[in-house]
Design a protein around this ligand. Structure first.
Ligand code: AHR
Length: 515
């Protein structure tokens, strides 16, 4: 009897050990100095004059009963300040190539009324212009990133805008700036030369745009104390030829970087799926498309390496995020969509990819902050809510400007139908006070995954975790239930010296802080 029990017990133990050995993933975090920093600008955002992002998002009616500075919503500003938003891109997007900055300066009552032909033929009172955008950036404590107009603008218009913004001397344009209420220059540095010049920015070939880039950037003058970081309009997703031709023809000699746009769709561009009503098919497809970004970055970076082996020029992913159908009952051109736990996992995985490519990716801008596409914040009159994606940026902010720590591991698969993707992705960094942060994502909606981290180098004394997850991957924060998907403490992680063991619950992301 005793022998039978003993055998049974050992067999069970063996089986348990085997199961553990099969599924336990070891992530090797390298603490060796590699001198790479995760630029804080990877955590940037984008806000276009589109739908309810600027008007009725950031910039509201004077009669709306919320706290305001001028007409800027203070609750929105405060929420963004809590996550240390480092940079904000404006006025587009496609809108940038139809925007004429002079329409948006001077006394508001006499500003030119224009039509936003790109986004719904909306009449634009232009009450939110240059001064208001820069006031917003001041309140946010973030850097402005202005996308200038190449498609319907001229080098002369762009040159004048820069003089108005950045020159400290006396000229007709700086006099005008002073009359309009701003004595000192703003020192705007990030400067986009057009947007999607292959499409809505002018349907150009890369050869044609290379010449336009040279012509426009020649007149992008640097005024004393105002060095520019020029960003050339880059490729759409896997248009590698665009990057190659632009690098070859211009060498980006005067640029800080070149952009790339990539949106995740759960269906196809013609048949995108609902933001809230979807099953595992759309869940899987969206995640698979999101992870494809890594291949795009690898390929564009390899092309850039040919012309810029020292990685001096940045790849700037200045539009990214999931693009779904709009919420029922809202205007299709306004791109207002809800935001689920799935979208948070997309944001978390994308930021892990950016962190792990920080030697080339120096800036990224999620589309689009408030009420448009994968927004951080949704508003409804005086109400405001923070989306699951907002909380990803909250948890990940410790990576900003931290030293990147490479991670090596082999992920188990998350299989669906005949297809599969890596279930786990992760990134790690060490901040200036020596604290290590690891962000790890489990995309598998049905299985927790046991993992252990092995950090080379010194021993650590304490560990703290936070988790973002929810019962269903379709869960959202709504105006009635704004706290459905929020970070919660995660205590189920164990530290011994430089080894961490834990199990990552299904469809969740975790931030670990190790001291
Ligand atoms: O973010 C919405 C639009 O997507 C932008 O205006 C454009 O640049 C891109 O195609």
């Amino acid at each position: 009897m005793k022998i039978r029990e003993l055998l049974c017990g050992s067999l069970l133990l063996l089986l348990a050990q085997k199961a553990f050995a099969q599924s336990n993933v070891v992530l090797q975090v390298s603490d060796d100095p590699n001198h790479s920093r995760i630029s804080r600008f990877i955590y940037g955002h984008f806000s276009e004059d589109l739908g309810r992002c600027i008007y009725d998002g950031f910039w509201v009616d004077s009669a709306l009963p919320v706290r305001k500075q001028d007409r800027i919503r203070v609750d929105v500003v405060e929420a963004l300040r809590r996550i240390h938003i480092p940079v904000l891109r404006w006025p587009g997007g496609c809108f940038a190539d139809q925007y004429h900055w002079r329409d948006g300066i001077g006394p508001r009552a006499s500003r030119t009324r224009t039509v936003n032909t790109t986004w719904g033929m909306v009449e634009d009172e232009n009450s939110f212009g240059t001064h208001e955008f820069l006031e917003l950036c001041d309140l946010l404590h973030c850097e402005p990133y202005i996308a200038s107009n190449v498609g319907t603008g001229s080098p002369q218009e762009m040159e004048a805008w820069l003089e108005y913004l950045n020159y400290n001397g006396n000229s007709a344009l700086t006099d005008l700036r002073r009359i309009n209420g701003h004595e000192k220059p703003w020192h705007v540095s990030f400067w986009g030369v057009g947007n999607e010049s292959w499409g809505c920015g002018g349907s150009m070939t890369p050869e044609h745009y290379s010449n336009e880039y040279k012509r426009f950037s020649e007149f992008a003058k640097e005024y004393p104390g105002s060095p520019l970081k020029l960003i050339a309009s880059g490729a759409n997703a896997d248009d590698y030829n665009w990057t190659d031709v632009l690098m070859k023809n211009t060498g980006l000699w005067n640029a800080w970087g070149i952009s790339m746009h990539y949106y995740t769709v759960a269906g196809s561009w013609d048949h995108k799926s609902s933001a809230t009503h979807f099953g595992e098919t759309e869940y899987f497809k969206a995640l698979k498309n999101c992870l494809h970004l890594e291949e795009l970055i690898n390929h564009h970076s390899a092309i850039m390496d040919v012309y810029d082996p020292g990685k001096k020029k940045a790849l700037v992913v200045d539009e990214w995020g999931i693009w779904t159908n709009v919420e029922p009952g809202t205007r299709p051109e306004f791109l207002y969509q809800q935001n689920s736990l799935r979208d948070a996992l997309i944001a978390a995985s994308t930021l892990n990819i950016f962190n792990n490519h920080c030697q080339r990716v120096k800036m990224a801008n999620l589309a689009q902050t408030v009420n448009v596409l994968q927004a951080l914040i949704l508003t409804d009159k005086e109400k405001m809510l923070l989306t699951p994606t907002y909380y990803v940026f909250d948890l990940y902010q410790s990576h900003q400007d931290a030293e990147w720590l490479p991670i090596q591991f082999s992920s188990p698969d998350y299989s669906f139908g005949n297809d599969k993707i890596p279930a786990i992705n992760a990134s790690a960094s060490r901040d200036s006070s020596g604290v290590v942060h690891i962000t790890v994502v489990n995309l598998d909606p049905g299985h927790a995954i046991p993992v252990s981290f092995n950090i080379t180098g010194k021993n650590y004394k304490s560990i703290k975790g936070q988790i973002l997850s929810s019962a269903r991957f379709t869960d959202i924060n709504s105006f009635d239930k704004p706290d459905q998907v929020i970070p919660r403490p995660f205590g189920d992680c164990h530290l011994e010296g430089n080894q961490i063991s834990m199990s990552i619950p299904a469809k969740s992301l975790i931030l670990l802080e190790i001291k």
